[in-house]
Design a protein around this ligand. Structure first.
Ligand code: GMT
Length: 377
């Protein structure tokens, strides 16, 4: 098959602000721009997907409610929708982003589809391996779905190692790093800083869904231990309610430091207004948010976990500390507050690394190769 052949690709993903859905949407948009027809499957329109774009199609999956079901099932309606569209549109590939339940639904769809050339590519994003993969209620179904995917990819070497340790995948796992295409900030740094009341503070920036793996307790703890607290602000772009953390903010005396935005769009405006990203996750297969900052010339400080050292180069395009060492993290933040040029240098290095390693131009062809390999099997 020629690499120029235009494909019909189904993408199953979560519609939420989580990294897997964001990456899946960005990939679909890039594929459509390259002339491929892309069919999205999800229970709601993915947040960053513009369905008015040419060659982008969205197939909402609706879940019927029955009194008999205490827990509504999504996997089967998703599989039925994928099989219907695969038959009707003659899909070549279903690309499942996040194994649960997408890879399992894709396998059922493949078995139900009337055509036999449909191929499945599954991309593991993180907690589908590191959390659900360790859950005995899910492990076997995930492993089975990976064994029956034609290709399996992970977003980092670290996640590939975890995946191969936890599952018998039965085939080589391909690493394809995440990519990002930065939007242009719609407001200037100065405008945003004025609006947020940042004054001359050194401004830290954190964006996440606040789930327990993100260890927001350690984030707040680290910031609270900084000697230069009075010169600091922390912007938190929260992908879910921040309410449960308010008491910790008060307890640590951070009321005048923490600024929370639950619908902080576009994210680029907030990154532009800040000086340094901060991430305290206990696991992170890649950390797309760090990459978003890097594209806008902002380095991050983070714990040395998972795939983060593949995204930033320690001591060059970012700062890493041992997991849970809030004292060390506070000390490193203080060094950057006291020497802002150092942070700016890290930021420039971060930007040049982002543009050389993690652009769509570099990454999307790797997914296309993967589809070709799957179709060649
Ligand atoms: O943890 C999140 O922010 C969401 C989650 C997801 O699957 O949506 O993120 C995972 O996938 C991202 C995209 O590949 C990675 O950048 C994140 O590191 C990964 N999160 C974890 O591994 C905890």
């Amino acid at each position: 098959m020629s690499s120029q052949r235009k494909l019909k690709i189904g993408i199953a993903c979560y519609p939420l602000v989580g990294g897997s859905g964001i990456l899946a949407s960005a990939l679909g948009i890039e594929l459509a721009e390259r002339g491929h027809e892309v069919h999205f499957f999800s229970y709601a329109k993915p947040v960053r997907l513009d369905t008015s774009l040419p060659r982008i199609h969205f197939h909402p999956v609706s879940v019927s409610k029955y009194k008999l079901f205490e827990y509504a099932d999504y996997t089967l309606p998703l599989a039925v929708k994928m099989a219907e569209v695969a038959d009707h549109e003659h899909l070549d590939i279903i690309h499942a982003h996040y194994a649960v339940p997408h890879a399992t639904a894709a396998y059922i769809a493949k078995r139900m589809a009337k055509q036999d050339k449909l191929r499945i590519v599954t991309t593991l994003h993180g907690t589908d391996t590191t959390l659900l993969g360790r859950d005995p209620n899910y492990r076997r179904a995930i492993e089975y779905s990976l064994q029956h995917s034609d290709m399996v990819t992970t977003v980092s070497n670290s996640l590939r190692r975890d995946t191969e340790e936890i599952f018998d995948v039965g085939k080589a796992v391909k690493v394809i790093h995440n990519f990002y295409t930065p939007g242009v900030p719609t407001r200037s740094r100065q405008e945003m800083r004025e609006e947020l009341g940042l004054g001359n503070s050194f401004t830290l920036f954190h964006a996440s869904n606040l789930r327990s793996v993100k260890r927001i307790d350690l984030l707040l703890e680290s910031v609270s231990r900084c000697r230069n607290l009075s010169r600091l602000k922390l912007i938190i772009l929260a992908g879910s309610s921040f309410e449960e953390f308010r008491s910790k903010v008060r307890e640590l005396g951070l009321e005048n430091v923490v600024i929370v935005r639950e619908n902080g769009y576009p994210i680029e405006n907030y990154i532009e207004a800040s000086d340094l990203g901060i991430y305290t996750s206990q696991t992170e297969s890649f950390c797309l948010s760090i990459l978003e900052g890097m594209f806008l010339g902002k380095a991050s400080i983070a714990f040395r976990v998972g795939g983060i050292p593949e995204v930033m180069v320690e001591g060059e395009s970012g700062v890493l500390c041992d997991f849970e060492d809030c004292e060390a993290m506070a000390g490193e933040i203080d060094r950057l507050v006291e020497n802002r040029d150092r942070g700016r240098r890290f930021g420039e290095a971060a930007k040049s690394r982002a543009f050389s390693e993690f652009t769509a131009e570099r990454i999307v062809p790797q997914y296309l190769d993967c589809y070709e390999q799957a179709l060649g099997q």
